[in-house]
Design a protein around this ligand. Structure first.
Ligand SMILES: Cc1cc2nc3c(=O)[nH]c(=O)nc-3n(C[C@H](O)[C@H](O)[C@H](O)COP(=O)(O)OP(=O)(O)OC[C@H]3O[C@@H](n4cnc5c(N)ncnc54)[C@H](O)[C@@H]3O)c2cc1C
Length: 274
């Protein structure tokens, strides 16, 4: 099948892209096209206009501050895999990028496109939630900054307004002694996950973030200890993790519960070995 006919614009600034989106209610942003391409071909989406944002220099920016790295939305998975970005995570982001699909997809697919699509099985969503990342959204009324749990409302559902672009991702730097672990359970390597487990333990900040991804809706945030809620013990007791997954809705399905527990256990082991 082929896409329906559409107009195509390639703006050079975020402002111009926002204007195009606001003037055409049936417009759709395209970045890497790795998800949108097949959706267009299958006519699951039929936009009147495609706004290609990959030539906007600001969207490939890599900024570093004392405590964070800000990535433009069009930074590709391959750029992260190849460590062409300032790394806030002691190599953790590169390791995650390496497991996404295969190299051709990673060369074009973008971190902003992945988050904006909000597939519950996407790797960035769970990992960046565990790292405490925030997204920067720019629209006609200016810029706003949301945590990823605020941004994602559910499967394929976000807070993005029709005139808004996800323009960047703000990722806090891990402290020196922090450890992060990731595990993805899937049938073939490089495929979307059946279960994702992520753990980030930052003892200096007394923070422990555990996330179970590839669930039905938003990833399940199991623990998010910080300075105000200390006591996050390390390694976390597995029995209490299982209880929390059951309480979060996986209790009724023994298979789902077991693979998500297995992903979390592996993530914890990977963090300990890191
Ligand atoms: C064969 C295959 C295997 C894959 N395997 C995995 C995998 O294992 N793990 C994984 O996580 N992903 C996987 N993916 C998805 C891949 O990571 C894509 O990069 C990602 O889903 C979308 O990024 P994109 O830049 O291609 O976005 P596009 O396809 O261009 O856009 C996706 C959606 O997001 C919107 N959008 C894009 N950018 C923005 C923006 N900056 N602001 C607002 N809206 C925006 C678009 O309008 C569209 O609705 C796979 C894809 C393929 C084709």
């Amino acid at each position: 099948m082929k896409p329906v006919a559409f107009d195509y614009e390639r703006p050079r600034t975020i402002g111009e892209a926002v204007r195009l989106l606001s003037e055409s209610p049936d417009a759709k942003i395209i970045s890497g096209g790795q998800t949108l391409g097949p959706m267009l071909n299958l006519r699951l989406v039929q936009p009147a206009l495609l706004v290609d944002i990959t030539r906007i220099p600001e969207l490939t920016r890599i900024e570093e501050t004392d405590d964070a790295v800000i990535l433009g939305a069009c930074v590709t998975h391959a750029a992260i895999e190849d460590k062409r970005i300032a790394d806030p995570s002691h190599g953790f982001l590169a390791e995650v990028a390496r497991g996404i699909a295969y190299r051709a997809v990673r060369t074009r697919g973008t971190v902003g496109g992945s988050l904006a699509h909000a597939d519950p099985a996407a790797d960035w969503l769970s990992c960046l939630i565990a790292l405490g990342a925030e997204v920067l959204l720019t629209g006609l009324s200016g810029q706003r900054r949301l945590t990823l749990t605020e941004f994602v409302r559910g499967a394929l559902d976000t807070q993005l307004e029709p005139d808004e672009i996800l323009d960047g991702i703000h990722i806090p730097k891990l402290s020196k002694r922090a450890r992060a672990g990731f595990a993805k359970i899937c049938r073939k390597s490089g495929e979307f996950a059946d279960a994702i487990g992520v753990v980030v333990h930052d003892a200096d900040r007394r923070a422990l973030h555990l996330v179970a991804g590839a669930v039905q809706g938003q990833p399940i945030v199991i623990a998010a200890g910080n300075e105000r809620t200390p006591g996050a013990s390390w390694p976390p007791p597995l029995e209490s993790l299982r209880e929390k997954l059951e309480q979060a809705g996986l209790g009724g399905d023994a298979y789902e519960l077991n693979i998500h527990m297995a992903a979390l256990e592996r993530a914890i082991r990977n963090a300990q070995a890191s």
